[in-house]
Design a protein around this ligand. Sequence first.
Ligand SMILES: [Zn+2]
Length: 311
Amino acid sequence: MSSLRDKSYALQLNAGLRRTLKAPISAVGRGLHSGLDVRMTLRPADANTGIVFRRVDLGIDIPARYDLVTETRLCTLISVGDARVGTVEHLMAALAAVGVDDLIVEVDAPELPIFDGSAAAFLFLIESAGVIEHGGTRPALEILRSVRVEQNGAFAELRPHQDGALGFDIALSIEFQARAIGAQAYHFHLSGEEFASEIASARTFTLRAEVEALRKAGLALGGSLANAVVVDDEKIMNPEGLRYNDEFVRHKLLDVIGDLYLAGAAISGRFIGFRTGHGLNNKLLRAVFQDSANYRLTTDALERPLQLTAA
Ligand SMILES: [Zn+2]
């Protein structure tokens, strides 16, 4: 297996060209909401395809685009007509981190597998298949003006870089009443290597009271301690405990990366968020794209952050 830390491998990926996978790769995992098995295949795609989800059971394609997001309550869900695919955010985060631009994601169900509730399995699959450049320059979405959205005291904001900095900076803080979570903050500069070591393994989490409410509503039927951290005030219900002592804010940051990659290009700018979630992340992208003075699509705002390692 090639490694994200293998320098000769990384050297092939420095030129800022569009990327796809070297070969298809499949996996089966449980869907969080249905509790049923989902088969997912990541397939190399032609340059300029973008990331496209393909419901092979329906024969319908759903492009990974912010303006096709139709539900954000428990995950980020995109749809075309009645065809939907949910829980796209963890795969999208891994694709953003590695800088994959073109890919067909086949699924035979209305959601992606949840795996362990983090992006680790997706990153492992991408890494195992291998990433190649296949022509055309990857664009960046350069933020030119600050855009901010708010909701009930929470906010999400994208700001332009200062001093000619490049790449995607994310500063996030969260605050929960549950004492096991409390207040946490994390600052991250997106790169494939740092994503792999600091963010990819952070799992989604939920409060014990919410689990019971969801079950009663027939949702999260596939949810278990194997794919989420469950918190009961000061207690972590998972016998293995946490993977990082601030795993919660790291996972929320993972969600930001995935949700914002629905912009359709790597972001060059700074994200600042407080208690943000899928709904607010999507609202932010819609606000950015509402006014063309807020951004430009460019091929010169990409730094090397999207290379996989410092070669
Ligand atoms: Zn998540």
